[in-house]
Write a new protein. Structure first.
Length: 278
């Protein structure tokens, strides 16, 4: 592409890998760019972000090193200031008092460097200070709901692909997804491939009718617990009825594992494609 520089190519690679959820791939791409081009604030920003999103103590330490290295080259880099401020804002003040104390300084520097920028609006100590127990619970509920939607969508896609495969007498869905860098196609292909074979027939059946299976299981749970109370087997509360949910929970865990495998395959494919283009 005309006018595209080497740093632009590496930044584009990092961005696409980050959007695909490939945090380790982002770090590899950023480090490769640093090794080839030398110190670059933008690449240090991507390297730091690739560590920071892992939300792990060791990765946070590596992220801080990258943020500081980048700011040593460009003290007013908005991405570095915003990212470093967010890292410091989420730091535990008891375990990392120095890091937590730097949050207000970085936020102030960011607002001074570009008061009208979107980056300056993101990290605010006041917003994080107001976060409480119920905020964390609500965020956890949102994450759980999104994961549930992913599983439901994956189950619907499996049902559709099984119908197409049974109608075609082949495994066309896997073939269609194999050469694609599209995340949804990769997840569908990997799901169908991983759940093939006679041993996975129960998983395919429950996944194919996931909504109905959950509804029936909940009804059975209620009916079983009611019957146990009426017959005097238990006085008040019983866990026995909830055993009907175990097969569905196992199936959902299986779908989650397949989705994780598919996303890793998608990132690896995308990383290889982007590396070839550069």
């Amino acid at each position: 592409m005309s006018g595209t520089t080497a740093i632009d190519v590496y930044q584009d690679r990092c961005e696409q890998l980050f959007l695909a959820g490939g945090n380790a791939a982002v770090r590899r791409a950023a480090q490769e760019g640093l090794d080839e081009l030398g110190p670059q604030p933008d690449l240090y920003c991507w390297l730091a972000l690739g560590h920071a999103v892992e939300d792990d103590d060791d990765h946070d330490d590596r992220a801080e090193e990258a943020f500081r290295a980048g700011l040593g080259l460009d003290a007013d880099h908005l991405g570095l200031l915003a990212g470093y401020a967010e890292l410091c804002l989420r730091a535990d003040a008891f375990e990392y008092p120095g890091r937590a104390a730097r949050a207000s300084v970085l936020s102030r520097r960011l607002k001074e460097a570009a008061p009208e920028s979107a980056e300056a609006e993101q990290p605010t100590a006041e917003r994080w200070a107001r976060r409480g127990y119920w905020d964390d619970i609500r965020m956890g509920a949102v994450v759980g709901a999104l994961q549930g939607r992913d599983t439901e969508a994956q189950a619907r896609a499996l049902a559709e692909d099984l119908r197409q495969r049974d109608g075609d007498g082949g495994d066309g869905a896997v073939t269609r997804g194999a050469g694609s860098v599209d995340r949804a196609a990769t997840v569908r292909a990997t799901t169908l491939e991983a759940l093939s074979g006679p041993w996975n027939a129960p998983v395919r059946l429950l996944g194919r009718y996931r909504t109905a299976a959950w509804a029936v299981s909940l009804i059975l749970c209620f009916a079983t617990n009611s019957a146990l109370r009426r017959t005097g087997v238990v006085d008040h509360f019983s866990v026995w009825g909830y055993l009907w949910l175990i097969p569905l929970l196992i199936v959902d865990r299986r779908f989650a594992a397949v989705r994780k495998e598919a996303e890793a395959r998608h990132v690896a494919h995308l990383e290889a494609v982007l590396a070839e283009r550069s």
